[in-house]
Design a protein around this ligand. Structure first.
Ligand SMILES: [Zn+2]
Length: 109
């Protein structure tokens, strides 16, 4: 069973709603149970958002590596590859971040 705090949107998984919302501190009565269909959507979008966030982190790692490579400046061909990787990683990161933002606006979390 998935419960949603109607005050702050916090999601709780369990047989019953929590006594106190861990986020906003409101009582049990502020929680509503989601339908099975809605709960399924929440679980799916939760995993999807986690994947987007992991992609963002990996892209940041690529950016750091590319930057280090550029600084080592071994030869122009290497630096060109690192520059391209740096740019591509930025695009990958921004795409996933934009998608997460869309999900948040639509309440898909
Ligand atoms: Zn709450």
């Amino acid at each position: 069973m998935l419960w949603k705090c109607t005050i702050c949107g916090y999601m709780h998984e369990g047989l019953e709603a929590p006594d106190i919302c861990p986020k906003c501190g409101q009582g049990k009565e502020k929680f509503v149970a989601l339908s099975e269909e809605d709960a399924k959507k929440v679980f799916e979008s939760d995993r999807t958002n986690d994947i987007h966030m992991e992609i963002v982190q990996l892209a940041m790692k690529i950016k750091d590596l590319a930057k280090e490579g550029m600084e080592l400046n071994l030869d122009p061909a290497c630096v060109a590859v690192f520059k391209k990787a740096h740019q591509d990683a930025w695009v990958i990161k921004q795409r996933s971040k934009a998608e997460i933002e869309q999900h948040l606006k639509k309440g898909k979390w």
